[in-house]
Design a binder for this molecule. Sequence first.
Ligand code: ADP
Ligand code: MG
Length: 764
Amino acid sequence: MSSNAAFLPIRQFSKDILAAVESNDVIVVIGETGSGKTTQLSQILLEAGYGIGGIIAVTQPRRVGAVTVAKRVAEERGEQLGRVVGYAVRFEDCTSGATRIKYLTDGTLLRECLEDPHLQRYSVIILDEAHERSLNTDILFGLLKRLVRNRNAQATTGGSATRLRLVITSATLDGEKFSAYFGNCPVFNVPGRCFPVDIIHTREDQLNDYAAAAVDAVMQIHTSQPEGDILVFLTGQAEIDKAIGKINEAVASLPTGSAGPLVVLPLYASLPPELQVRVFRPAPEGVRRCIVATNVAETSITVEGVVYVVDTGVVKQKNYQPSSGMDSLDVVAISRVQATQRAGRAGRTRPGKCFRLYTRNYYDHKMPNVTAPEIQRTSLVGAVLYLKSLQLGIDVLSFDFLDPPATAALEDALRQLLVLDAIDSDGNVTPMGLRMAGLPLDPALARALLAARELGCFSEMISVAAMLSSEHLFLAGQAPGDLVNPGGSGAHRSFDNPHARASRERLRALLAEGLGDHVLLLRLWEGWDSAGYNKDFARDHGMDLRGLNFARDIRRQLEAVVSPDGSGLDKLGGSRDDRKRSRQDTDEEGGERQASRVGGPDSGRSSRHKPLQLPEAGPGGSMSAQGGRASAAQVDALRRALTIGFANKLARRLPRHNGYKTLNAVSGQLAQIHPSCAPLREDADGLLPEFLVYHELVCTSRPFLRQVCATRAEWVADVLPKIMSSDVRRLSRGTTRGPAGAGEGGTEEPQLPWGGSKAIGGER
Ligand code: ADP
Ligand code: MG
């Protein structure tokens, strides 16, 4: 323990916390952000001997959180990461037999439950950052409540089970709610050491132009307030980068000598870790820092030295509409709980000030009280498949949720799982569903991968799945669609340099295939693979090297979990042996992913994917390599497998029109192809393909399909009967008999609405 850690508030209450843990199965610990919950609780328990009978697990809602905190704790203990202190996240397991403290994402812990339903290897589970109420944490609440009861009942009656203890930690004052849910368990409050914070509201609400108002506020603080760092809350990366540019400009135009130097730093979850840790380094004497952050600075990352907070009153929030299957990322008002939390960030080192860009009246009367938990605003397909595959006879519509999701969202999930053959018409998980749940991919991609295995395009599909799982593949302004619509998908116009122009030409050659994003991603993978994964390939195609490397890691991991002959997949179908390499998580990490450094040997199963070093290919000339280009038949098989996996995400072009309508039993949604998509080949009349597979339906300025692939009417006709059968009432409960016998084709075939595939193909 470093001397600094010894003074963290939570350390002063070690004895009391240990006494509470000793005499209770579940306790709730409330302590303000920075009090040491995440980094110290696990160590306090370890030092008291809780690591002897089992591992101490600490869950984190985000991948980056698990990794950086584990590093920090190992460092505090002067140990090598992966020994006593380790972490496990999707696509990466950095633990060993010696590990006693394990930081892991909540999704990883869920996945471990599939193999070890009693979580025998753990003695204590700390559900950390519970105030964030991530979907996976909410599911864990329900499961662990059951598990603690069962395991401890066994332990006290002298069974072989060891006792399991649960610690729920939160940074906000929602302890009573958690306590009531866990049978009125004790709540332990760690008194904060917060200095008073002056709260200043604006005279008029500035919510409509908050980004500009925030820049003004920073400049005012910098030019008029005594020393102390500034923390500004904005909503996303692009906005943050823009604001930083504006602040730097404004500082540069100040008359010399009117203010001291200002260092402006971004902070958001998808920022590379080496840039993220910059915020932990204090500014040199006489220099003020200004950290422009997303919500990660609200509760999960503590920036020391902040004296001034600028609270814009908004946050970016993902919302899902079960009726249309549409996702939107909306800038919404924060809740009063969040506003209080943000203000508190100003009082950690000395008395501070919080400048709110909204009025007192708005705070009192218009701001929502609390934020809706993620479980109430996201698709539940993965979560419901998960609950079904535990085979505990859980009725998802009446599961003991802390806050239940809307019935419509659960029904939407059940309907989708039926279409994907993951559950049968009685609501039981099928062998197919069990195999899907075992894969570290969302259900649609998992289903597509399993279909690809049948259709002989397995290698192509894992390449596509890996590329899709890696965010930030393309550099800003160089998404495929930007070639045909410069500036179309965003404000970036970076094609005015020779390099960008050359990369545009290279990409253009690939885009000529005209089958959409998935096939383009496959071609890019093939090119990168035959180019021996060199950085020139990334540069020459306008791609982000980090994203490509991450895709390569994911591909390797997927290959290790599932072999093309299906042996790996069959092992995943419910066997519970301890296979460390395949323990993955199900978390939807949004933009939070980053390159992982998974070691492990190349599986070498597919000779086509051995790196092929080309002789003197010249920059980017590798694209013509014959090394491993999928044939037209393989590409067709890939598109067909995608149609099966994404049966819930198909769209049909409107007659004589290039708009689309989604194929959905509930209500079709009109949408356009997003400008960032790879262009599709048009027919002689200038019309786009009649049917598309899409990866996402998102509402930004209006509804858009993102990541599309041209598909064929006959393939759509194969899955259409399932799409149109929509009776979900029987699906919620399932029977307790375990998985149904038939994995595929178990559903009855209703009538085609358009009288068969011919009519579909012929209709314009
Ligand atoms: P909590 O979980 O209660 O919010 P943490 O345990 O995360 O608190 O943090 C405790 C202290 O450790 C804080 O002062 C924080 O700034 C510091 N800290 C956490 N992570 C790091 C890190 N990677 N590097 C330096 N300091 C850190
Ligand atoms: Mg914490």
